[in-house]
Ligand binder design. Sequence first.
Ligand SMILES: NC(=O)c1ccc[n+]([C@@H]2O[C@H](COP(=O)([O-])OP(=O)(O)OC[C@H]3O[C@@H](n4cnc5c(N)ncnc54)[C@H](OP(=O)(O)O)[C@@H]3O)[C@@H](O)[C@H]2O)c1
Length: 308
Amino acid sequence: MMSTTQLLTAVGALVVAQTTYSLLRVLAVYFGPSRVGRYLHGPHSYALITGATDGIGKGVAHELYKKGFNLILHGRNEEKLKKVVEELKASGSGRDIRTWIADANRADVDFAAAAAQWEGLEITLVIHNVGSAPVRESTIDGIAAGELLTDIQRNDLFPLLLTRAVLPQLRRAAGPTQLVFVGSLSSAFPIPRIVPYGATKAFLRQLSAALGSDEAFRARSTPNVTTLYMDVGSVASNAHKTDVSLMTPAAEAFAKHFVHCIGCGRASVIPYWPHALQTCTVGFLPDSLLQKELFKAMEAEMDLLKKH
Ligand SMILES: NC(=O)c1ccc[n+]([C@@H]2O[C@H](COP(=O)([O-])OP(=O)(O)OC[C@H]3O[C@@H](n4cnc5c(N)ncnc54)[C@H](OP(=O)(O)O)[C@@H]3O)[C@@H](O)[C@H]2O)c1
């Protein structure tokens, strides 16, 4: 019969083994080899990236093009799209680049027509990157209802309806495909003054997780279509004009970490490891201290906005 000391030692050893295993699995995502190549089935695989004319979306387009993907770039500004296509072509990979113009703020986007023009293409990656909602001076009762609806239209309905339109095509691909949803750490913390933003990103987290589960349920085995929700922290971009630092990488640098994590096998990931470390540390704070830190962070954001 086991003594109490032996029992406690066995439980302790189990806890240490399980913690070490979990830690190694997390480290493998950041420092192990990337599995994004599994979505490059050959010279004909396409990645569709929304909001690809600036910031993170443009950075991700550059990274995926370098890796040999053909691209479908989405934007709302024809001139900016043309410029990004020229930049990419000059980088010399020689793969195909198509464009799709649609204003994600509008309720009348023709998703069926968009999907029909890509019918013969092998789309293996969809990066749902478009999204934003400003830091507002007002609480939600001071924001026009139309503005709130537009936030939901752009951040949630646009990726939902685009997913609905391209899902059958992704399922038909000869190998694995992935839908990546660009979220925000603001969906995990109750940050003031960006209530609609955090809430719309939380919708994406659940959409991604449930959709992944639904595809697995449908296939009753490993599905062709998997999903990944990416929790993004502070990144210097067109939408977030701030100084670059370790905790706020430039969009181009961040995009390398983002692409590295595609296909990592998890349902959600914080793609930039310093943000993951920061989130882990913040998780240990008591609620009252956490709230103080969130207030401080929002005051800094509001000061930043006044400068621009
Ligand atoms: N930067 C951060 O600190 C941060 C933090 C957390 C999460 N994120 C998320 O990361 C994603 C990218 O953000 P970002 O910082 O890279 O922003 P960004 O630099 O402003 O780039 C946004 C891209 O989306 C396009 N876009 C915006 N509204 C659109 C609309 N209504 N219709 C069509 N295209 C539209 C922009 O087009 P134009 O070039 O025409 O403006 C641009 O190509 C977003 O989902 C954002 O929520 C960013």
